[in-house]
Design a protein. Structure first.
Length: 163
């Protein structure tokens, strides 16, 4: 019996088609087949969040998500969101506040925070709840929370100027 399946999806706006094991973890596909290595492999059990990507705009843990589960969806990796204005503001704020230290968890945290900044209501407006699936052993989170506050204040001021 052939365990391969043809799977079509979009990664960072590009159509992809792959014939392979439908149970393969998405993070493995992203890194090895799509060649996008910004998404990190950490625990491989869904506990650390280093492998977080966005699937149809929602952060998802990709080490326990089978590639077949994202067939027909839009998957965004750190490489895909890195050029957005929100991401640029967040990167600057994370550096200014010390929210980036060793860097291993950073891609997953940045993906989650980008989703939070774009649609805080999907996390009931609670950044701590948004980061519940992302572990950081270096920062103690306070500097990360400060960075998010900085970005939200900056975007709020920009919105006020446009009104």
């Amino acid at each position: 019996m052939d365990s391969k399946q043809n799977i079509a999806l979009r990664i960072n706006g590009q159509e992809k088609s792959w014939n392979g094991d439908p149970t393969r973890p998405l993070v493995s596909y992203i890194r090895e087949e799509a060649g996008l290595t910004g998404t990190k492999i950490g625990c491989q059990t869904g506990e650390c969040g280093a492998c977080t990507v966005m699937v149809d705009g929602k952060p998802m843990i990709s080490c326990i998500l089978p590639v077949a589960a994202v067939a027909g969806t839009e998957v965004e990796t750190i490489e895909g969101v890195a050029e957005t204005e929100t991401f640029q503001h967040l990167s600057e704020a994370m550096m200014e506040t010390g929210g980036v230290q060793c860097g291993f968890c950073t891609p997953g945290i940045m993906m989650t925070l980008s989703a939070y900044i774009q649609k805080p209501e999907q996390f009931a407006g609670n950044v701590r709840a948004a980061l519940k699936n992302n572990l950081c052993r270096c920062t103690g989170y306070q500097s990360i929370f400060q960075a998010v506050e900085k970005v939200l204040n900056k975007e709020e001021k920009a919105h006020d100027l446009q009104s």
